[in-house]
Design a protein around this ligand. Structure first.
Ligand code: RP5
Length: 169
């Protein structure tokens, strides 16, 4: 009997990060995917400390059935860009703020990609939006997921309107 995961539970999104110290920030991406019941995998894939494994991860991601990769790193944050250079999948980069420079170093390392190698960079520490963007990417070809996203957006709108009502009263 095969132990291969069923297609329904096979990870659709890969969440990777340069170190386990990034997890407290990156966890928000996983939580967003949980909210939409999108299956994902999580791993540490360091661009600098394990470069060959990082390239292998990017090389194999699409073939393993992933549809998008969320990559977070801090400082000299080369992981998202290097993964984008080897995979045809959409890569969402999360600049992880470290102790120095407030994450500006991470942001600039991720966002300034050369033409032809895009990384969809979210804000510093913006892992929740990275998760939500991955959901939207999947929802482009999944009607049920798109309807869930529309309900989520309607809830956001209601919450914002309610805040206005409270301020006005
Ligand atoms: C980066 O170095 C990682 O993404 C992490 O943000 C940072 C520090 O890593 P550790 O020294 O905590 O393992 O590559």
């Amino acid at each position: 009997m095969s132990n291969a995961p069923s297609p329904a539970s096979a990870p659709a999104v890969g969440i990777v990060m340069g170190s386990d110290s990034d997890w407290p920030v990156m966890e928000a991406a996983a939580e967003a995917l949980d909210e939409f019941e999108v299956p994902y995998e999580v791993d540490v894939v360091s661009a600098h400390r394990m470069p060959h494994e990082m390239i292998a991860y990017g090389d194999e991601a699409a073939g393993r059935g992933l549809k998008a990769v969320i990559a977070g790193a801090g400082g000299a944050a080369h992981l998202p860009g290097m993964l984008a250079s080897v995979t045809p999948l959409p890569v969402i980069g999360v600049p992880v703020p470290l102790r120095h420079l407030d994450g500006m170093d991470s942001l600039l390392s991720i966002v300034q990609m050369p033409a032809g190698v895009p990384v969809a960079t979210v804000s510093v520490g913006g892992a929740r939006n990275a998760g939500l963007l991955a959901v939207r990417i999947l929802a482009a070809h999944d009607e049920e997921l798109r309807e869930r996203m529309e309900r989520f957006q309607a809830e956001l709108k209601d919450q914002a309107r309610e805040k206005g009502r409270r301020l006005r009263s």
